[in-house]
Design a protein around this ligand. Structure first.
Ligand code: HEC
Ligand code: HEC
Length: 283
C-alpha cells in the first residue's frame, strides 16, 4: 500500500495526469504502403500472468500525424537511414575484404532476426542484434566494432528490422534463456532512482495516462530501432532504456551491458505477438 502511494506521489510530481481524451486509438490500423495491417493489438501471453489485459503497440498511443508518418515509407523519416544501412550492407570493409552481402547474400536472408532477438549465441550468452553484427565485423571481416548507438550501427539494425516487418515478436524465454528472462523481469519491477519508480509503475500501471506532454504506452520494443522526432534520428532499445531510467533520476546501466541485454529480452517477451514495425516513428 505504502509503495503504491510513493510511486503515485513521484508520478504526480513528474506531471502524471488522467487519460482524458488520451486513450490509445480504438480503431486505427497500421497499414504500411497500403499493405494488410500489422498486428498492433494482441492477447497478452500466458507468461505475463495477467500483468497486462491486452498488448497494445506504442503506435496506437501516438497522435494521428505521428501515426501517419509510419504508414508510408516515403513519409517515414527513418527510411533514409535504412537506405544507408543497405548501402553499408553491400560495402566491402576490413582486412578480409568482405561485405556483409558477400556471406549473407540479400539482406532478406536476415528475415526473422529482429523478431527473435535477443537470443543465445552459440556459446550460450545472450546477444542483441548489435552483438551479432559486431561479431561478424570483428571476427569475420577484420573490421572495427561499431559503437552501440553509432550511426552505422543504427542504420544497419534499422535495415535488418525492416526484413522482419509484420512478423510477431517471438523470443525464446525457456530453457537456457530462462535465467536472463528472470533477471530482466527483476529489473522491470525494481524501483530505480530518487523517484523510486519501476518500469512497471509507468508502463504497466499507468499506460494510457499522460505524463507531462507524453502519452504513456506499454513500452514495447517491437518498433525498434525507432525514429524519434525529438532526436531527429534513430534510437536503439538500450538508449531508450537509458533515457527512461534517467527520468527516475537514477544512475543507469550502459548501452550494451549485460543488464540491458537481459532487460531487452524481458521487455521483448512482454510484447510477444505484436508485429515488428520496422521502423517505428515516435515523438
Ligand atoms: C565472412 C562471412 C560473414 C560476413 C562478412 C558477415 N557475416 Fe554475419 N554471419 C556469418 C555467419 C557464419 C553467421 C552465423 C551463422 C548464421 O546464423 O547465419 C552470421 C550471423 C549474423 C547475424 C545473426 C543471424 C541470426 O540468424 O541470428 C547477423 C545479424 C549478422 N551476421 C549480420 C551481419 C552484418 C550486418 C554483416 C556486415 C557488417 C555481416 N553479418 C558480415 C557470416 C558473415
Ligand atoms: C517515469 C515514467 C517512466 C518509467 C519509470 C519508465 N518509462 Fe519508459 N517511457 C516513458 C515515457 C513517457 C515514454 C514515451 C511515451 C511512450 O512511448 O510510452 C517511454 C517510452 C518507452 C519505450 C518506447 C515505446 C515505444 O513504443 O517506442 C520503451 C521501450 C520503454 N519506455 C521502456 C521502459 C523500460 C524498460 C523502463 C524501466 C527500465 C521504463 N521504460 C521506465 C516513461 C517511463
Amino acid at each position: 500500500m505504502k509503495k503504491t502511494a510513493t510511486a503515485l506521489a513521484a508520478l504526480l510530481a513528474l506531471g502524471l495526469a488522467g487519460s482524458a481524451g488520451a486513450d490509445p486509438s480504438e480503431d486505427a490500423e497500421l497499414s504500411i504502403n497500403g499493405e494488410p495491417p500489422l498486428i498492433t493489438r494482441a492477447p497478452a501471453p500466458a507468461h505475463l500472468e495477467g500483468a497486462l489485459p491486452e498488448l497494445i503497440s506504442g503506435w496506437l498511443y501516438r497522435d494521428e500525424a505521428t501515426r501517419a508518418m509510419e504508414m508510408d515509407d516515403f513519409d517515414n523519416p527513418a527510411m533514409v537511414f535504412v537506405d544507408q544501412g543497405l548501402d553499408s550492407w553491400a560495402a566491402v570493409e576490413g582486412s578480409a575484404g568482405k561485405s556483409c552481402a558477400a556471406c549473407h547474400g540479400d539482406i532478406e536472408s536476415l528475415k526473422g532476426v529482429r523478431a527473435t532477438t535477443p537470443k543465445l549465441n552459440a556459446a550460450g550468452a545472450l546477444w542483441s542484434v548489435e552483438d551479432f553484427i559486431n561479431d561478424c565485423r570483428t571476427n569475420r571481416m577484420g573490421a572495427e566494432a561499431w559503437g552501440w548507438s553509432s550511426d552505422p550501427m543504427l542504420n544497419m539494425t534499422a535495415a535488418i528490422s525492416v526484413q522482419s516487418r509484420g512478423l510477431p515478436v517471438a523470443v525464446e524465454i525457456d530453457g537456457p534463456a530462462a535465467p536472463y528472462y528472470e533477471q530482466g523481469k527483476d529489473m522491470y519491477y525494481t524501483r530505480y532512482g530518487q523517484l523510486e519508480l519501476s518500469c512497471a509503475n509507468c508502463h504497466e500501471q499507468n499506460n494510457g495516462n499522460m505524463i507531462r506532454a507524453d502519452h504513456l504506452s506499454q513500452g514495447h520494443t517491437a518498433g525498434f530501432p525507432t525514429y524519434r522526432l525529438k532526436n531527429a534520428g534513430l534510437v536503439s532499445i538500450h538508449n531508450r532504456f537509458k533515457g527512461c531510467i534517467r527520468d527516475t533520476r537514477a544512475e543507469t546501466f550502459n548501452e550494451g551491458s549485460d543488464e540491458f541485454r537481459a532487460l531487452e529480452l524481458y521487455v521483448a517477451a512482454r510484447g510477444m505477438g505484436l508485429a515488428v514495425e520496422g521502423v517505428a516513428v515516435r515523438p
